[in-house]
Design a protein around this ligand. Structure first.
Ligand code: FMN
Length: 350
């Protein structure tokens, strides 16, 4: 067990938001384990980039880009920073993060609390000067009080192009009123058109969607994604459903639910999007991953890459190497040479 994992029981005594700040502080001071070199079978070549392994830290953990390199050192194959909005905003009143220990789940209604584009840009410029390398994506959002929400994503593309390994267009946070409406066919088509026209180069643009979509909404999104020519989809953000929750003290809190109870729903939507886009659009599977088996299930359901967040809260940083070890073993057991060979193995494309 690493020193950082030993801190976990103490962090769990704190209120979740304080525990998160303490974790970021620890990571900034270099207090975190270093991952070993990844086996070749875990390497993924996608979007013209090399990922040493398919496991990324999902958006929301490092909203202001303070610790992407610590996360890569810890063993993640890539890091996604943000969500970043053009202007700093405080988010919703506290408390706004709730740990559901019995279900290994989290409910959050942070509401895009972040420092805004400028400080994130300065940090990314510094790491670029230091030639840090590694894949670091930037997740973009809109300020709560912006009327033309699409304009905020365009501002994000203009601000971070050349600094981000990829962009995530996050239209799926349940905690910014009206945001999820951008997933509707016409609005999405307009948004992606504007975002792609703003992009000068070839930085990949991915769309992050909610798991709470009825079949017609999923079909509409798939159609717009194929028409627009964006580079990939991230499936999914947190859910507003409360499936699989026994009524604990926090089960009724408003916000997005993540962690174990999200795994089945997010994986079902992932598989559906793989089918609907006919395996032609790279997918990142996220939602409820807490083990090598979960990561493998996402890959077999169509994910080329996988992300997690909530499981770190319960499993600590040693979880990253455990997931990679078990994933590599599962690939070998089933005769797959590498991750890409197993993508969509469970989903027949008729
Ligand atoms: C506390 C918290 C904050 C989050 N903030 C963001 C965010 O700013 N942007 C975003 O796209 N997703 C955010 N997410 C969602 C995660 O990126 C991820 O999609 C979701 O939690 C499901 O993965 P998990 O079950 O592994 O946590 C957040 C999740 C949590 C728990």
């Amino acid at each position: 067990m690493s020193l950082a994992s030993l801190a976990l029981p103490f962090l769990r005594l704190l209120d979740p938001e304080r525990a998160h700040h303490a974790t970021l502080l620890g990571l900034k001071s270099g207090f975190g384990p270093c991952g070993a070199k990844d086996p070749q079978s875990l390497g993924v070549d996608l979007f013209g980039m090399h990922f040493p392994n398919p496991l990324g830290i999902a958006a929301g953990f490092d909203k202001n880009g303070e610790v992407p390199d610590a996360m890569l050192r810890l063993g993640f194959g890539f890091a996604e920073v943000g969500t970043s909005t053009p202007r700093a905003q405080a988010g919703n009143p506290r408390p706004r993060i709730f740990r559901l220990d019995a279900e290994q789940a989290v409910i959050n209604r942070l509401g895009f609390n972040n420092q805004g584009h400028a400080p994130l840009k300065a940090r990314l410029e510094r790491r670029q000067k230091r030639k840090c390398g590694g894949v670091v994506g930037v997740n973009l959002g809109a300020n709560k009080d912006t009327v033309d929400k699409a304009a905020d994503y365009v501002t994000g593309i203009e601000c971070f192009e050349g600094l981000a390994s990829y962009f995530t267009i996050n239209v799926s946070s349940p905690n910014t009123p009206g945001l999820r409406g951008l997933q509707n066919r016409d609005e999405l088509s307009d948004l992606l058109g504007r975002v792609l026209s703003a992009r000068q180069g070839t930085t990949p643009v991915l769309l992050k969607i909610a798991p709470d979509l009825v079949p017609e909404e999923r079909e509409d999104i798939a159609a717009v994604v194929l028409e627009s020519g964006i580079d990939g989809l991230i499936v999914s953000n947190t859910t507003i459903t409360r499936e699989g929750l026994v009524s604990g003290p926090h089960a009724a809190e408003t916000g997005g639910l993540s962690g174990k109870p999200l795994m089945a729903l997010a994986t079902e939507v992932l598989a559906d999007m793989y089918r609907l886009t006919k395996g032609q659009v790279p997918l990142i599977g996220v939602g409820g991953v807490a083990s090598g088996d979960d990561a493998y299930k996402k890959i077999r359901s169509g994910a080329s890459l996988v992300q997690l967040y909530s499981a770190l809260t319960f499993g600590g940083p040693d979880l990253v190497s455990a997931i990679k070890r078990d994933l590599a073993a599962a690939l070998q057991r089933d005769g797959f040479v590498n991750v890409s060979d197993a993508v969509g193995a469970d989903i027949p494309l008729g």
